[in-house]
Design a protein around this ligand. Structure first.
Ligand SMILES: Cc1cc2nc3c(=O)[nH]c(=O)nc-3n(C[C@H](O)[C@H](O)[C@H](O)COP(=O)(O)OP(=O)(O)OC[C@H]3O[C@@H](n4cnc5c(N)ncnc54)[C@H](O)[C@@H]3O)c2cc1C
Length: 414
């Protein structure tokens, strides 16, 4: 079958790879000059089933409300006349009960765990190198109260089969000795030993190259504006360089998926949630982290990536802008200097912002739509690098009408 994948982010390229393996003739379209050039460019790089919690939880409404008045927060919501944002927020609030939070978290966890298995198969098949670390992820707490709450919260994921070790500070520095400078700043931590990390941009471009060598066509610098339809079928994608015909189409346009789906009358609850990343060249390897981690009090992630450390922060509801200013990096840079003083060459750091394609429930939409040859694989939100591999395999199995390895009905688009 001729399959056209819309979008060459990590979600689109992993889908192209799985569909190519199934014997389809695959074309990928993207407006950028290379793969993973938008949200998949600068993320934290964590493959983290151990962080599968949904953002919609009983605590979230209070956090959202406070963020309206306090700017320097991990979560930022501004009062804007944006009906798409408020419609999304209402759906998000409806998911903030304890029962829904548990259900959504366990559904996400299942996909993340499956996805990690598929990633391992992909790495074994392709031999791709992408600054991978496999020493787990540390979830750090600065005081006893937040530590106890973190241990309690983690039990949801433990119930879903995820392994954690509860550590005092001595245990934390056994996992990552570089944290010895954080004595007196970190109370304790959780170690998810099976979590891992890697450079999503590097991986996606290497996988795109594997796909190209195995027959996939990439049409870069091509902007998609709509669709041509015949009855209940999509017959072509309308693009600035002319229409692209196919037997089946896959929507993987990240935060822009909802714009394009709307052209077919399909409502997708995906809203862009902006995040920031600063990538710091390592100056002193002995002082730099060896294991990725999350400072759970400041909600800042740090990931060793080859000769760099990537620090990420913030969830901001501010539309589709990806601009940034030095103030946006004050907290992640502060955490870098606080936990790993002297490790990074901060004057040589590079700065970036990207848009997480978030759904209110935190899980993506994977499967067919009302147009029977138009499939969704989008909305992976804050965990798209983690979820992409499993999402791609589920999609390919649904298209091939095969039994899926995990229940896909929970991710249906309708
Ligand atoms: C700060 C930050 C930290 C993160 N950390 C992690 C992490 O540690 N682990 C994790 O799992 N996830 C993380 N994420 C989330 C992850 O990066 C995303 O979920 C993932 O990159 C989304 O991939 P995507 O392919 O859906 O979207 P994208 O990468 O944005 O790809 C969509 C593609 O569609 C193309 N496109 C859009 N519109 C058009 C159009 N009209 N015509 C043609 N092409 C178009 C774009 O050019 C783009 O290439 C993080 C995100 C952020 C912002």
């Amino acid at each position: 079958m001729k399959v056209v994948v819309l979008g060459a982010g990590v979600v689109g390229v992993t889908a192209a790879y799985q569909l190519m393996k199934d014997g389809h003739e695959v074309t990928v379209i993207d407006r950028q000059p290379l793969a993973a050039n938008e949200t998949s460019f600068g993320n934290a790089g964590m493959i983290a089933p151990g962080h599968s919690y949904t953002w919609a939880s009983p605590k979230a409404p209070g956090i959202l409300f406070r963020s309206l008045f306090q700017r320097d927060q991990a979560l930022r919501l501004s009062l804007r006349a944006d009906p798409q944002m408020w419609a999304w927020c209402l759906k998000f609030l409806r998911n903030c009960t304890a029962e829904r939070a548990r259900l959504n978290t366990l559904r996400k966890l299942k996909l993340c765990q499956y996805s990690q298995t598929v990633l391992k198969e992909t790495v074994a098949d392709t031999g791709i190198e992408y600054d991978r670390t496999t020493r787990g992820i540390l979830y750090l707490y600065r005081d006893e109260a937040s530590f106890k709450a973190g241990v309690e919260h983690m039990k949801i994921l433990q119930d879903g089969g995820q392994e954690f070790h509860v550590l005092d500070f001595a245990g934390v520095i056994q996992v990552d000795p570089a944290l010895k400078a954080a004595r007196g700043k970190i109370h304790g931590g959780l170690h998810g030993p099976s979590d891992e990390s890697g450079d999503c941009h590097k991986f996606t471009n290497a996988l795109a190259e594997v796909c190209r060598n195995r027959g996939v066509t990439f049409r870069y610098e091509t902007s998609i504006s709509g669709f041509e339809t015949e009855g209940d079928k999509v017959s072509a994608v309308a693009a600035d360089k002319g229409p692209v015909k196919g037997d089946l189409f896959v929507l993987s346009l990240g935060s822009y998926s909802s714009f394009l789906a709307r052209k077919l009358g399909i409502g997708l609850p995906i809203y862009p949630v902006k995040g920031y990343a600063v990538t710091i060249p390592i100056k002193d390897r002995d002082l730099a982290p060896r294991v990725p981690g999350i400072d759970e009090n400041f909600l800042v992630g740090y990931t060793p990536m080859g000769d760099r450390i990537r620090m990420t922060a913030t969830a901001e509801f501010s539309g589709y802008e990806t601009n940034h200013s030095p103030a946006d990096f004050r907290i992640p840079l502060g955490v870098a200097e606080n936990l790993f003083p002297g490790a990074g060459d901060i004057p040589r750091a590079s700065y970036w912002a990207g848009l997480r394609p978030m759904t209110p429930e935190g899980w993506p939409r994977i499967g067919p739509s009302r147009y029977h040859n138009f499939y969704m694989n989008t909305g992976q939100g804050h965990m798209g690098w983690t979820m992409s591999h499993g999402s791609a395999r589920l999609l390919a199995d649904l298209i091939g009408d095969r039994k899926t390895a995990i229940d896909a009905s929970g991710f249906a688009a309708a």
